[in-house]
Ligand binder design. Structure first.
Ligand code: AMP
Ligand code: GLY
Length: 430
């Protein structure tokens, strides 16, 4: 069943701000009658029916999708994609959006993605891969610093260490490979050349052969203003990036985007879903920092509100291999997302605090309050995670969007509310 089906039932798998942004786009589709989300959160619960099934409970997800006759399951998160949820849904005769396990490895193994880029001449940092800590240290003893250590597998975006000295690098090898700080993700280690430049995120829809890139975005990964503090999942985003020029786009179209899709196909790993290109604009040109096999979080919170297309039509075209017929379009404006976090994130923080003012977003065009870590209780909606809300606002340009987003951060309150005050500061330098 595909093409022009209406009265669709859609299931979204995940529970963050990204899944709330996806659900918000899905809710706008005239083709969709009913949205479920597993497990979802309090905000998603306002537009979808949340079901208490975890994203890694594959048997339960498949059984639920069969029972409810779900027409399309959208897998938002990396773990279930890398674990093969799309394969299990397909095997049960169900349609799903996202790469199969053999393609999600593009995100699931950094060693795989680096080898792929090397084999197909896709520009990226020089690297070596190690299965053995002693060999890694012997290599580092002769290396130039700074240098970058990456745990091979998924590590919640935290498995990357930038080391300025040999001592730091030795400690890094120990914590990743021997102490297994990131679990089995650290069984292999990628040691990478350190690069400098601005970072840009480009998300794209892929149908196995055709790729259509979305408008660009930039994330702010560190916890504190001025890019200080620990790495987080992302503290805020803006879109488009003024540094993503036509020239950069042309380079990436020529050497990176289609080349990646073709490389995956040539390896017998046809990729259907979202490829997220983490790019660094170096002096020598754009380089791939990393691939993800899903929407970015919080990149989705600024990119999706600007997308003009019906997201269901685009996703179905990816599944059916007809993306070449889709005219992907974005609004000629800008969006900024400021994450409201719990003070102490990403280390330790209090949860269960009442959130006030959420109703102020009702009916406000161009403003969005995407829930990440929230929970519905009898007292109301309370905080339930490190990243609590993503406050997104649009504007005619980036400066207006930024002013609007920061204004809207004042509408909601909770006791340990924390945010960065410099999201989008870089646009002043453009
Ligand atoms: P990743 O999870 O691979 O995106 O890495 C997380 C962050 O580490 C990136 O957003 C960059 O800021 C930084 N990073 C990763 N690889 C490199 C590199 N080769 N050189 C400099 N910084 C890097
Ligand atoms: N914001 C970066 C990511 O989703 O990986």
């Amino acid at each position: 069943m595909h093409g022009g089906k209406v009265n669709m039932k859609v299931l979204i798998v995940g529970s963050g701000g990204r899944e709330h942004a996806i659900a918000t786009s899905v809710a706008k589709s005239p083709k969709v009658d009913k949205i479920y989300c597993a497990p979802g959160n309090a905000g998603i619960g306002l537009i979808a029916e949340c079901v208490p099934i975890g994203a890694m409970e594959f048997d339960k997800i498949v059984a639920f999708a069969k029972e409810k006759e779900i027409d399309l399951t959208i897998v938002g998160m990396d773990d279930p994609l890398v674990g093969g949820l799309v394969d299990e849904l397909n095997n049960a005769g169900l349609r799903a959006f996202g790469p199969k396990k053999n393609a999600a490895i593009l995100e699931g193994s950094k060693a795989f993605s680096k080898d792929l880029m090397k084999k197909y001449n896709i520009p990226t940092a020089a690297y070596e891969t190690f299965d053995d800590a002693d060999a890694a240290i012997a290599y580092l003893e002769k290396a130039d610093f700074p240098i970058v250590l990456k745990a091979d597998g998924l590590a919640l975006g935290k498995g990357v260490l930038i080391c300025n000295t040999l001592e730091e690098a030795k400690d890094g090898v120990k914590s990743i490979m021997l102490d297994k700080q990131f679990g089995s993700a650290g069984n292999r280690l990628v040691v990478e050349e350190f690069m400098t430049g601005r970072e840009v995120s480009v998300l794209s829809y892929v149908d196995g052969k055709t790729i259509k890139t979305m408008t660009s975005a930039q994330d702010h990964k560190r916890a504190k203003d001025g890019d200080q503090g620990l790495n987080t999942g992302g503290m805020g985003t803006f879109s488009p990036s003024p540094f993503y020029t036509e020239e950069v786009d042309e380079f990436c179209k020529k050497y990176i985007y289609q080349a990646t899709v073709d490389a995956m196909a040539a390896e017998g790993r046809e990729f259907k879903g979202i490829i997220f290109f983490g790019l660094m604009l170096t002096e020598k040109g754009p380089r791939v920092l990393e691939y993800n096999a899903r929407f970015g979080d919080p990149e989705a919170q600024v990119v999706l509100p600007r997308m003009k297309n019906d997201i269901i039509e685009v996703m179905e075209a990816c599944i059916d291999g007809t993306l070449d017929t889709v005219d992907l379009q974005f609004e000629d404006n800008a969006a900024v997302c400021v994450v409201l976090a719990s003070d102490g994130y990403p280390v330790s923080y209090e949860k269960g605090l009442l959130i006030k003012g959420l109703e102020k977003f009702d009916g406000k065009d161009g403003y969005y309050c995407f829930h990440a870590g929230t929970k519905q209780t009898e007292e109301g909606i309370v905080t339930n995670g490190g990243r609590v809300l993503g406050i997104t606002a649009k504007g005619k340009d980036l400066k207006e969007a930024r002013a609007n987003a920061y204004e809207a951060t004042k509408w909601v309150e909770f006791a340990n509310k924390y945010m960065r005050n410099d999201i989008g500061k870089a646009i002043d330098e453009a």
